[in-house]
Structure formats: C-alpha cells, structure tokens
Design a binder for this molecule. Structure first.
Ligand code: FES
Ligand SMILES: [Fe+2]
Length: 467
C-alpha cells in the first residue's frame, strides 16, 4: 500500500520521487526464486515450432540462456546454451541426425544431454561417463514447443484440458507476442477486466486513422459498458476466474467467465462474440505468460477456432503466428505514434514500468480481481495452498481437465432498482460458474449439453431469448 506519510498535495511531485522496491516474491522467476520454482514445476511453452529451422534457436526463459532445435530425426531438444566443453554458444551449433554439434571443437549432444561424440578426444576418454550437458525434456504440440525445467523426478504429465479437443471442430492455432515488462503485470491484465470498457473503448477514437483500424476490432457488446464483476477461487486455490456480467437489453444479460490457472496460464472466453447472436461458447484463447527474464515476457498460446467461437468468421487464423494475433488492439508492438493515439494492452501494460511497483498503487474498487490474484499466488509460492487434486472425467477414461471459461446469454428481466439489478446479474454469474464447476463429474463430450440443460433449468428460457 502507498506510504501514508507522503504528503498528498497539489504540485506535490517533489514528495513522490522515491520509487520503492517492487515485489520480488511474485515477480522474480530466475533459478531458485520462489515463483521461479513454482513455474518450473509445470510444462511451459518456450518457442514456436515454426521458429525451429535448419539452424538452432537461442532462447532465454526465466533468466536461463538456452538453445532449442529440432534434430534431423525430428526430435526437439532444449539445452543449456553454453557448451559443456569451453562454453561456446550452441546457437552456432550444427544440427545433426541425432542431437547437435558444437561448432568449436565438435562435441555432439543428444537431446537429453548425453555426449555422443568428442572428435578430438582419445577413444578411452572417460568424459562421456562423467559429464552430461544440461538438457530439459521438451515436446511439440500444435505449433508450440513445451519444456519442463523443474527437477526431473517431479516431471508432471502435460495437463490436458478438454477444450483442446472440444468442440470437435476446434483447431488450435499457435501464436506468440513479446512484452517488455515483467510477466506478472501481463498476467494481472486478465483479472483487471474493467479495462475492457475503458482502454478498449477507444477513448481516442476520434484520432484514429487507417493504420489503427485493425487494432479496434472488439465488438461494442464487449467494450461498450462497464461490466458487473465478481471473482472466485478455482481448483482449490490453484486458479481463479472472473464472472463479468453485461446487460444487453431489458430482458437479456451476457455473462463471460475467464479463468487464470496458476501460475501463468489463462483461458479466455470469447472475445469476438456479440451477445445478441451468441448463446454459449467456451474458450477462445489459451495463453501462457512465460518470463524471458524479470523485465520481459513472451505470451505463447493457441487461438481456438471453431464454429462456436467465431460463428461469423470474425477471427482470422492467418493473422495468428510469431509475434502476431488476430485481435490486435495493442497486443503487439506497433509504431510508437500509433500506440499513442490508440493505445491497447501492449502500451498500457508495458507502460506500468519494466516491473510494476505495487507499493505505489492506489487500489480502487475495480481492482478486487488483481488483489485476489496476488493473494492466491503468494499463498501458492509460500507453499500454503494444498495440492491441486482437481481432475475431471473424460469420455474415454483418460485423465483430463475441464475449463470453466465460457460465455452465455440468458433471460434476466431488469430489476427496477439499479443496485438490485447489479446484485441479480452477479448472482446469475455465480450460477453460471456453478454449472461449469458442477459439470466436472460429466464426461467432456456431454458437458456442453449438460451445462446448457442446467442453465435452462435455472433460468427457464435461456436458449430462446438470445437469438
Ligand atoms: S566449446 Fe564446444 S566443443 Fe569445445
Ligand atoms: Fe485488454
């Protein structure tokens, strides 16, 4: 909280020049840091598949210099960047049928760090037996390369969410965006949902020119009014979601639920839907906020494309890829003056300083989600959160996880009292979330029908009113 001793007076900048320490417990992710240890217990995307070519790729993840490559047998390797011999960078290495060869003296490393060749060593060299080069397990999935950077004996299975497979026409299209700031402030943007009606409401719209039009593609239903917000802990404290209600008409309300799965995965419900034409959808975006180091991060993710999410073809698969995404709105770096005239997430979040200073903030009524998120993350890094045991049913008996993100329109006649109306919208938001949580016991394939059925029961007219 801000220092109450600082005089709050007009023309008082002189009293406010001291910048306090930031919040390293949550922001730092280098080796051995509390948050870094939490992140290293999960699979993290580290680059896009399309970036793996005939030459190695230098990457930096959570302050570690690494190299990623696909060997000529098609296997993906993620190795520490500097050669175990005398430190040459493997970004200049030569990709082999099996593994990678250091350019300097020709040592060859397999993807698990085994030394396969040392051309200048005698045959009876024992170095093979005592040295393994630093390597991390990695695999490719739908255009993203994932690595596990934690203790080998604790390597978890990759968490399979059913929304990666459902609806059945879903295509996962990979993308990445680089941000020049700490990962946490990008993370916090999700729970800071009021900004959609302010930042994305194009307050500078009168100065927009042709170059910016692409960046203004959120529908009015999404940006046109302040949402009525609520937040809830999910997965026993290993995540949280927001429930954002917007009144569409005297009879119809639209609730969006997006989830943040700790520490750095978000699942976002539809961004393009117009409430009047879209009754129920699931996830539009799965995205990990991966620290490069403490002052840069890369957003790696999949845009989910299916008839439910982009029913009228609003999204564009061609616009998703390396450092680009189809809902522009300042997700990526643009010409400086364009960012000034029509700022979006990229400008707002990077502009909070390379690492935001929490002690200088003045919490307002819109910040409940952000502060809840920090509190839950702090409990997690301190080991105060019980293990996540949330597991859901899949139709084939395999372990899977359900997503709680969804958006739904339903009939809710306007309450004559504005505060009463807000309360009713909030209560319905909780019921919508409740149906998704309750549906954990239902197989993935049947889940949507179950949720819609329950919502119909709750509301008595859900599906007929929103078309
Ligand atoms: S520095 Fe890599 S083989 Fe010598
Ligand atoms: Fe935003």
């Amino acid at each position: 909280m801000p220092d109450t001793q600082i005089p709050q007076v007009p023309y008082g900048a002189y009293h406010k020049t001291k910048v306090p320490e930031h919040d390293p417990e949550l922001t730092h992710t280098g080796p051995g840091t509390p948050m870094g240890e939490v992140m290293r217990r999960q699979w993290q995307p580290v680059c896009m598949s399309e970036r793996l070519t005939d030459v190695p790729l230098a990457i930096r993840i959570m302050g570690e210099d690494l190299v990623a490559f696909r060997d000529r047998s098609g296997r993906v390797g993620v190795l520490q960047r500097h050669c175990s011999h005398r430190g040459a960078s493997l970004e200049y290495g030569i990709i082999q049928p099996r593994g990678i060869r250091c350019c300097y003296h020709g040592w060859v490393y397999d993807i698990d760090g085994t030394i396969l060749e040392m051309p200048a060593e005698p045959e009876d060299s024992r170095i093979y037996e005592r040295v393994w080069h630093g390597a991390y397990p990695a695999f490719e999935r739908d255009g993203l390369v994932f690595a596990y950077m934690g203790p080998p004996e604790e390597k978890p299975k990759f968490p399979e969410y059913d929304i990666y497979r459902f609806p059945e026409d879903t295509r996962l299209v990979p993308f990445s965006n680089l941000y020049s700031c700490n990962w946490l402030q990008v993370n916090e943007n999700l729970m800071d949902h009021h900004h959609t009606a302010l930042l994305h409401n194009n307050m500078t719209v009168e100065s927009v020119d042709e170059r910016m039009k692409d960046g203004l593609n959120f529908p009015d239903s999404f940006t046109g009014m302040l949402p009525i917000m609520d937040w809830e802990k999910t997965r026993g404290g290993h995540g949280m979601c927001f429930m954002a209600g917007r009144r569409v008409s005297d009879d119809v309300v639209w609730t969006r639920i997006s989830e943040h799965i700790f520490p750095n995965l978000i699942q976002v419900s539809s961004l393009f839907s117009t409430a009047s034409a879209f009754r129920h959808g699931t996830v539009c975006l799965s995205r990990w906020h991966v620290p490069v180091d403490d002052t840069r991060c890369i957003l790696f993710g999949w845009r989910h494309f299916n008839d439910e999410i982009d029913p009228n073809g609003e999204g564009n698969e061609e616009d998703c890829g390396y450092d680009r995404i189809d809902f522009v709105d300042g997700q990526c770096e643009r010409p400086y003056d364009v960012g000034q005239r029509a700022p979006g997430d990229w400008e707002a979040i990077n502009g909070q300083r390379p690492i935001a200073i929490h002690a200088l903030e003045n919490a307002a009524s819109t910040d409940g989600g952000v502060y809840m998120c920090r509190k839950l993350l702090r409990k997690l890094v301190r080991g105060e959160t019980p293990p996540d045991t949330s597991r859901s049913m899949s139709e084939d008996g395999e372990q899977t996880l359900h997503s709680y993100a969804q958006d739904v329109t339903y009939r809710l006649p306007r309450h004559p009292d504005p505060e009463g109306d807000r309360k009713a919208i909030r209560a319905m938001g909780r019921r919508v979330y409740g149906t998704a949580a309750e549906a954990d016991a239902v197989a993935s394939r049947d889940r949507k029908a179950y949720i819609l059925g329950r919502l119909d029961e709750l509301d008595g007219g859900l599906r007929d009113t929103a078309e």
